[in-house]
Design a protein around this ligand. Structure first.
Ligand SMILES: CC(C)(COP(=O)(O)OP(=O)(O)OC[C@H]1O[C@@H](n2cnc3c(N)ncnc32)[C@H](O)[C@@H]1OP(=O)(O)O)[C@@H](O)C(=O)NCCC(=O)NCCS
Length: 381
């Protein structure tokens, strides 16, 4: 029996510190806590752009002029409706199906209407991708209403991407402030370098698989609690902690048990996540307006203890969870909302990968045995 002697890995576990490819879509400076979309600071993009405008920037590589933005936005509006057979299929989902599972399955099923042949051009792939981006809020809203025994509400072409999503969920167009809050949240989630779901999207595309498959890969990877599933866990945790005076005891017990505090920590940021800073300001403002600052007080204490104990800061999921709750978003929709925002980054990365593709296929460090003596089935004990 031999022990395998493969090369020592050059990076740490989890590909930490490994440069896996080039991109000009977004850049994270983890030491300074900065994030850029196509060279613009996230603060500028979040303050000045709608989701549609930020999507144009990410996907096309530059800011649109008014005419280009109007045409891009109108294109998304035209693509919002779901084919009847997708709605019929969603009605067959059992009540146990989560909203992320429904999103994953429905996006996959959409491919039957829009077959993305291997030979299709980059332009065709772009059109297919925009169709998925436009339909994702419709899928999430329809599934939520069907699951709760409510009639579906068709998209309103007069409303923007974020406002229309709230309208399809609730039946009422949101006020300007609420629509802007969700719109900014979509912008803040739209792209983040080679995060796990985006990287998985690029791996799928690198085999020259199709656009729908790449979205399904992204949704599937985002679903995990270490990635887009964290926001939901944050609310569960805050409810469990219940009051500011319980924070210290709770955190110390979790840390002693080597458990993770959800909404904290990041592979790249070694300081405050700039997206969390923007969302914290929004969460604080909403909490004051609603006269309930308990969760923000708990957040402050969590921040203090996590910095003292582990030098770890809140990530995008911590304060976004409080924001979603404050604007009345159902808890189960936290991850799908993240997915709706991230969809434009996924498409930007798909196009970048298709345009300059080479199969992504890293090497592994084999740790097993070699040249074992083969024992036939009949002779095995
Ligand atoms: C995001 C995350 C997966 C990054 O993981 P990572 O880069 O692999 O970091 P590690 O899990 O190796 O953690 C490194 C150290 O920080 C600690 N740590 C990281 N995140 C932590 C958290 N949320 N709570 C407590 N400790 C944490 C680890 O215990 C480890 O400590 P140690 O060196 O003393 O053992 C991780 O921070 C995490 O699980 N966070 C909670 C889930 C979450 O909020 N995800 C959303 C990300 S946007």
């Amino acid at each position: 029996m031999d022990r395998a002697r493969s090369r020592a890995p050059e990076g740490k576990a989890g590909l930490e510190g490994v440069v896996a490819g080039e991109t000009s879509i977004s850049y994270i400076d983890g030491l300074k806590g900065r994030l850029y979309y196509r060279g613009y600071t996230i603060e500028d993009v979040a303050k000045n752009c709608t989701f549609e405008e930020a999507s144009y920037l990410l996907i096309k590589g530059r800011l649109p002029n008014s005419k280009e933005l109007a045409s891009f936005s109108a294109g998304l509006v035209r693509l919002r409706n779901l084919p009847d057979h997708i709605v019929s299929m969603m009605k067959t989902f059992t009540s146990k199906m989560s909203s992320m599972e429904a999103l994953r399955t429905s996006v996959s099923a959409l491919s039957s209407d829009d077959p993305d042949a291997r030979i299709s051009s980059i332009d065709d792939k772009l059109k297919t991708g925009l169709s998925v981006i436009a339909k994702m809020p419709t899928i999430v809203a329809y599934h939520h209403r069907i699951k709760n025994g409510l009639p579906i509400i068709r998209p309103d072409p007069k409303l923007g991407h974020a406002a229309n999503f709230i309208y399809m969920l609730t039946g009422a167009a949101p006020d300007e402030e609420t629509a802007k809050i969700l719109d900014t949240d979509f912008v803040l989630h739209a792209d983040h370098g080679f995060n796990a779901s985006t990287f998985s999207v690029r791996v799928t595309v690198s085999t020259l698989s199709d656009v729908h498959s790449a979205f399904v890969t992204g949704i599937s990877t985002l679903k995990g609690p270490l990635h887009g599933g964290a926001a939901m866990e944050v609310i569960t945790m805050l409810k469990r902690i219940s009051t500011p005076k319980n924070v210290e005891k709770y955190v110390l017990a979790r840390l002693a048990a080597h458990d993770k505090i959800m909404g904290y920590g990041h592979r790249i940021y070694r300081t405050y996540d700039p997206r969390a800073r923007i969302l914290k300001a929004t969460a604080g403002r909403l909490s004051k307006q609603k006269g309930n600052t308990r969760w923000m007080e708990m957040g402050e204490q969590l921040e203090k203890i996590m910095q003292e104990q582990k030098n770890i800061y809140p990530n995008v999921d911590f304060y976004s969870a409080i924001v979603y709750h404050s604007i009345g978003m159902p808890l189960e929709l936290s991850s799908p909302i993240f997915a709706i925002g991230r969809s434009s980054g996924w498409l930007a990365h798909m196009i970048e990968q298709y345009t300059n593709n080479r199969l992504i296929r890293p090497i592994e460090q084999y740790t097993g045995e070699l040249n074992l003596r083969f024992v036939p089935l009949k002779k095995r004990k």
